[in-house]
Design a binder for this molecule. Sequence first.
Ligand SMILES: Nc1ncnc2c1ncn2[C@@H]1O[C@H](COP(=O)(O)OP(=O)(O)OP(=O)(O)O)[C@@H](O)[C@H]1O
Length: 987
Amino acid sequence: MSSWAKQLGRAGRNNNDNEGGPPSAGRPDRPSSALRTRGGAKGSQASGAGREAEHRAFLFDDAAPSGAGAGGGRSGGPSGAPLRPSSALRTRHKTTSRDAGGEKDAGRVRVAIRLRPKTPQERAEDGDAASVVEVVPEMSRVVLRKSQWEADAYNFDSVFAETSSQARVYETLARPVVEGVLEGFNGTVMAYGQTGTGKTHTMGNLGDLTTNGKGDTADRGVMLRAVDDIINLTTDDETANFKIAVQYMQVYMSAIKDLLDANNEVDVREDPKTNEISFPGATNAEVKTMNDFIDILHRGEENRIVANQKLNSASSRSHSVLAITVRRYPKEAKGGLASATARISKLLIVDLAGSERVTKSGSEGQLLEEAKAINLSLTVLGKCINTLAESGNGAHIPYRESKLTRMLRDSFGGSAKTSLIVCVGPLRKHLSESGSSLLFGQRALKVENALKLREEVDYQLLARQLQRQVDELAGEVERAHKTEAEAVARLKPAEAAARAAEAQLKEAGDRTSAAIAKLNAEKDNEIEHYRASAADLSSRNTQLESEVSMLERQLQEQKSKAGNIAGEKGEMEAENDRLRKRIESLEASVSSAKAEAARTADAMKAASMMLKEGEGAAALQVEVENLRSQLDVKAKALNESSLEVQRLSGELSISNGTVSKMQRELQTLKESGAVGSSPFPRGGDTGGDTGSPTSSSTSPMASGGGSDGSSQTKSKRGLFSMFKRNKSDKGGKGDSSGPPSPHAPRSPLVINAPPKTGNDAVTRLFDQVGLPTIFGLLSYDDPDVRLHAIKVVANLAAEERHQEEIVREGGLPALYKVIHSSTDEATRRIAAGAIANLAMNEGVQERLVSDGALKLVINLAEMTDDIQTKRMVAGGIANLCGNPAVQPRILSEGGLDCLMGFAEGEEPHPDVQSQVARGFANFAKCDAQSAKILVQNGCLPYIIAFSAMTSLTQVKRHADMAIAYISMHSEFHSEVMDEKRKQGMMA
Ligand SMILES: Nc1ncnc2c1ncn2[C@@H]1O[C@H](COP(=O)(O)OP(=O)(O)OP(=O)(O)O)[C@@H](O)[C@H]1O
C-alpha cells in the first residue's frame, strides 16, 4: 500500500467518527418504493406517487409537477449505504483495465443526499418546525415528509444529515472518485439541487484562508480537498511522476466561459476515437501546490457572475466546472527516463447552478433569462439522465442539446466514475423542489458508466525526451568526433607517410608488374624462338642424319669403288703397256709387210708393163704367179697383223677410255673426299664420257677409229697393184660411172661389175686378202687404190653371201669414212652403191638405219648433182622401204621426203624415178599403216603422176604396184580416186 493510500485510509477512518455510525458494508439499497404509510392504501398510493415522482422529479422549472404531493407517513428504516473507499485504493498501481474497485456496479453513478441545515434566518422564520426532509444516514435513507400523514422514503448510496461535515461528505462521496482519477479513470463529482441548498458550500467552499491559507480547513469543500489530496498523494508517489493542470470554466447563458481568462471562448470537443472530452480554448493552468490552486480559484471566483437576487444573495447564476487533468508518468528504469506514455485522467468538479421556480423567485429581466437558461440546461441534463436510466447507454442520449450536457457526456453514460451530491433544503416551502431533487437522484442511481483507463502518449514529452537523448547522443558524437579528430590529427603525419608509402608501393608494384609482363613476353618470345629453332634443328638434324647416313653409305660405296677402280686401273695400265708393246711390234711388222707389198706392187707393175710390152709373157706369168702367191702369203700375214693392230687399237682405245674414265672418277672421288681428304663427292656427273668404248665404236661417222691411216696406207700398196691389174684384166672397164640396170629392183647395184671371170677374181682377192685388208685399202692415200678398193667392196656387197660378213667385219664404218672423207664423186657414188647393195639384205637393214647409214646417204644426195649417185641413194632407200621395222625411221629421218625430192627435180632421170617409184611400191606393200603413212605424207600425187608416165615402163609399173597396194585398203580409195581425178587421169 502506498503512502498516500495509507493517508487516505487514515483520513477515511478519522472522518467516520464524525458520523452517526459506521457506514453500511452492503450495497446501497435501491429506492424501490416510498415509505409505507400507516394505511395500506395510503402506502400503496405513496408508493405509486413515489414512482410518479420518480419519473417527473427532474423537472425543476415552473412546468414541473410539485413533488410527490402531500401525504405521507414515515419512511421505513434507511436502506442505503455510504460510498466507501473502494478496493481501488489498495490496487491503485495496477495498470490493467478493470472496473473500479472490482465491484459489480463499479461504474454506476453514486448518489448521495445532503441536507442543508437551516440558516439562522430560516430558523427565525420557521421556528422549530420539523424539516420536511428526514435523513437516516445509517440506512442511507431519505424520507420526504410531504405532510403529517404522508412521506416518501428513498434510499441512496449515502445520505448526509445537516450536521455532516465537509470532510465526511468528501471522504464518502468524492474521495473514491479522486482515487480513481489518480489510478487513471476519469471522474466527476457534481452537486445538484435547488438554489441555496448548499451546492457551492459543498463543492467550492474555500474554508478559512487566513494566515496564508493555513487556517481552519474544516469548511473546505470538495474542490480544495480533492486538489489537496491529489497534490499530496502524487507528491509522495515514488513510482511515477505527475503533472497536474486545471481548467476552470462556467456555463453561462448557454456559453462556456473561461474563468481564468474572461476573454477566452471555450468549446467542447469530443475525440471521435476515444470519446475523450476536452475544452479547447480554456486556460490550462499547471498546479503544483495548493497555493497555486487557491490562486486559480480566486481568479475564477472573481470572474464568476454572481447575481444578487433575493432568493440568495450569493446564488450562482452559472454552472461552474473545474477540470483537473492528472498525467501520470510511470518512473521506468529504462535509460533513467520517465515513460512518455502517460495515464491521463480528468476530474470534473461541477457546481451546478440551482434551479428555481421563477414564479417563486420573482426573477425578471436578466435574472429571468439566466434562470431560464439554467433551467433549460438542467432539464436537458434530466432528460439525458432519464434516458440513460430507462434505456441504458445504447439509446440516443440528447447530450448535444446543451453545452452543459456536452461537457458532462463522459460523466453520465461515459467512462467516468461519477458521484452526484443532491443537496436539499429542510424547509417545507421547498418540498416540491426537494422532492424533484430526490427523484433526480433516484434516476441518477440507475446510470451505469463504463469505467476505462485512459493512456496516451505524451508526444511533447516523448519529443523532449528524444531530443534530450539526441542531444546527449549528439554530445557523445561530438565528443567522439573531437576525439577522432584529435586522433586523426595525431595520425595525419603517419597517414600521409602511409599514403606516400602506399603510392610508392603501388608504383613499385606497377613497375614490377610491367617488368614481369615484359619479361614474360620476352620469355614467351624466346621460348617460341627456341621451340622453332629446336624444331628446325631437330628437322635439320634428322635431315643431316639422313644425309650423313646416305653419305656414309655413298662414302663406303665410293671407297669400295675407288679401291676397285684403283685395282682395275693398275691392271688396265699394265694391260695398256702390254698392248702398246704389242702394237709397236705389230706396227713394225705391218711396216715391213707394207714395204714388201710395195715392192711386190712395184714388181707387179713392172711385170704388167713387161706383160703389156709382151716381153716373156709366160715367164712373167710364172713370175706373177709366184709373186702373187708370195703376195698372198704376205698379204694374209699383213691382213692378220692389221686386224690384230685394229683389234688391239680398239682395245687400247677402249682401255684408254676406261682408264680416263677411271681417272676422272678417281679424281672426282678424291675431290669429293671419298678418297683422300674430302668425304663427299662434288657432283654425280658420270656422263660426257667421250672416251667410252661404245661411243667410239657406235658412231662410225664421228669416230676416227683410232687407227693410223698412214701406216695402213703403206701396208696397202701391194693390194692396189693387184687390183689395178685385175681392172686391166677386165679391159679397163672399171669405170664406176656406168649406170646399173634400172630394171632390177632389189638387185645388187653392181659397180663396174666385172665379167664373170673378173668377179671371180674379186672373189678370189676377197678370199686371199680378206675383207679387213680390203677395208684397209679404203683409207689408202692413193685415190685410185681407194677407188678400186671401194669397187671391190661394192661388188662384194652385191652378193648376198658377203653382205652380212661385210657388216660384221666392219665394212660400214669404212664405207661411212669414205663418203665423209672423199671428195671424189665416183668414189662417193660407189660407196653409196655399196650401202645400197647391203640394204638389200633384211638382216642388216636395221643396222644400217640405226648406224646412221640412211641419214648419211640422204645427206649425200642433197650434196650432189650426180644422177647416178642419186640413183644409188634412191635405190638404197627403196630397198629399206620394204622393211616395216624401219619405215618409221625412214619417215622421221626424211627418207620419204628425199624420194619425193628426187621425183620433182628439175630434170628427173628415169633411173632415179624408177628407184623412187620402186621405193613407194615397197613402202606401200607392207600394210595399211604403211599405206597410210604414204598418203598422209603426200606421196600419193607422185605415185599417181608416175603411174601416168606410160613411156617409162619401169616407173609406171612400180607406180601401179604402189597404187594397187594402197588401194587394197578401202579407206584410201577415195583419196586415190580424187588424186587421179585431180591429175586428169579420170573423167
Ligand atoms: N451544510 C451547511 N452548513 C452550514 N451552512 C450551510 C450549509 N449549506 C449551506 N449553508 C449555507 O447556506 C447558504 C446557501 O448556500 P449555498 O450558497 O452553498 O447554496 P447554493 O446551493 O450554492 O445556492 P445557489 O445555487 O443559489 O448558488 C450559505 O450561506 C451557506 O453558508
